[in-house]
Design a protein around this ligand. Structure first.
Ligand SMILES: CC(C)(COP(=O)(O)OP(=O)(O)OC[C@H]1O[C@@H](n2cnc3c(N)ncnc32)[C@H](O)[C@@H]1OP(=O)(O)O)[C@@H](O)C(=O)NCCC(=O)NCCS
Length: 167
């Protein structure tokens, strides 16, 4: 079932099991980018694409998760993944939708696909009845931060990390 009408030849629909290898490859590329930005904070493992596909496959079965793909001319050109999370007292974060991944294939970036996928994820969260959506963006990921700002997200917290020196 298409979640949004066709826009700019892009169709957004719920992800299926058959999509997982492609989503795994896209997710692994995002993980590797984060690892390059800060190798100590963001892990990667061998066969990261398989790990990512496994994780998203689990999420496809969860009613709390939303996994959407964007297709153009029958090919997947990006995906968005988020999940509904309950109140978290440590983070002082009430029930919300957490937008975890938003990825567009490098060859079609800058053509509005990221915005379309992001809006579709927000619409899916709205249908699930959450009052707000929260996301984290890596400090160095300026492209993503610009898109999220344009979509109306405001900055909230700054995560900091420190390595424990082993003696
Ligand atoms: C962040 C990301 C998802 C954005 O996707 P995208 O498809 O390039 O996003 P959009 O096309 O909607 O918007 C990006 C730019 O293209 C511009 N744009 C949008 N539609 C356009 C069109 N029809 N023609 C030309 N440019 C267009 C936008 O204005 C924007 O430009 P700006 O940043 O200078 O304002 C993509 O860069 C990506 O996959 N990055 C790697 C993964 C990542 O970091 N994800 C976020 C963390 S989870």
């Amino acid at each position: 079932m298409a979640i949004m009408p066709k826009m700019s030849n892009v169709t957004v629909r719920r992800a299926r099991i058959v999509d997982l290898p492609t989503l795994g490859r896209l997710g692994a590329s995002l993980a590797r980018a984060h690892h390059r930005w800060d190798p100590k904070r963001f892990f990667v493992v061998p066969k990261m694409h398989e790990g990512y596909a496994w994780w998203l496959g689990r999420e496809l079965k969860s009613r709390k998760a939303v996994v959407l793909t964007a297709e153009r001319a029958g090919r997947i050109v990006g995906y968005a993944y988020g999940r509904v999370e309950p109140r978290d007292w440590n983070a002082l974060r009430d029930e919300c939708g957490v937008a975890v991944d938003l990825i567009v294939s490098p060859r079609v970036r800058g053509q509005g696909v990221g915005r379309i996928l992001g809006q579709a994820l927000l619409a899916a969260f709205e249908k699930k009845g959450v009052p707000r959506v929260i996301l984290l963006a890596a400090t160095k990921n300026k492209d993503a931060q610009r898109l999220f700002h344009r979509m109306g997200f405001r900055p909230t917290v700054v995560e900091m990390a420190l390595e424990i020196r082993r003696r």
